[in-house]
Design a protein around this ligand. Structure first.
Ligand SMILES: O=P(O)(O)OC[C@H]1O[C@H](OP(=O)(O)OP(=O)(O)O)[C@H](O)[C@@H]1O
Ligand code: HPA
Length: 189
């Protein structure tokens, strides 16, 4: 049954950009960089739900320092492939931000609106430092500037799904990252 469902999801994929091995390799590289930069700092690593949950789970296992984890759920795409332009907090973090070295973990930076909003928010809450680690960076579609400190892959201007990334809540459980066929969403928007 699982295999059949996977096969059906796979039919909606134009091409695979990064398979499990490539994701693992780049995550290990990012984990090493973060480890080197946060020695002795006990960073607060904040996962931006829902998309970043798989990356977060793999990344923290590659970070070799003490750290704390928290989760924030923000949303701006709904069931669309286009940002609504409005970032909504669905669930806030539970941890006090003041004085903390915050590392935001994201699956993708696209227009930049989500990260711009979160960086401003954590600075306003008086974080000691705020950095961004994203698996995917899509610079061609940036609308607001964002300083990305750690990026896994620079990706083309296409709608991507898999490994946490969704279209209308689907495809998050694909083990790879691929380009979604435009036919899947063109009729629905
Ligand atoms: O740079 P931006 O244009 O702001 O896009 C990036 C954001 O969009 C996606 O989240 P989404 O709002 O779809 O919520 P989700 O993580 O629950 O899928 C993604 O996970 C990022 O958080
Ligand atoms: O390419 C994307 N795919 C899925 N979610 C996204 N949120 C911003 N860009 C994307």
């Amino acid at each position: 049954m699982l295999k059949e469902l996977r096969a059906m999801m796979h039919q909606d994929i134009e091409s695979i950009l990064y398979d499990q091995a490539a994701i693992q390799q780049v995550t290990a590289k990012l984990g090493k960089q973060v480890t080197a930069d946060y020695q002795g700092k006990n960073p607060l690593v904040i996962c931006v739900l829902k998309g970043a949950v798989l990356f977060m789970a793999d990344l923290v296992r590659q970070i070799d320092t003490h750290l704390e984890m928290d989760f924030m759920d923000v949303s701006s795409y709904g069931n669309s492939t286009v940002s609504s332009g409005e970032v909504k907090i669905v669930k806030d973090v539970n941890t006090q931000i003041a004085g903390r070295d915050v590392l935001i973990v994201e699956d993708i930076v696209d227009t930049g609106r989500t990260l711009h909003y979160l960086v401003d928010l954590f600075k306003y809450r008086q974080a000691k430092s705020v950095k961004i680690c994203t698996l995917l960076d899509k610079p061609a579609t940036r609308v607001v500037p964002v300083q990305v400190d750690y990026a896994g892959f620079k990706v083309p201007d296409a709608f991507l799904v898999g490994y946490g990334l969704d279209y209308a809540e689907r495809y998050r459980n694909l083990p790879y990252i691929g380009i979604l066929k435009s036919a899947v969403y063109q009729l629905k928007q």
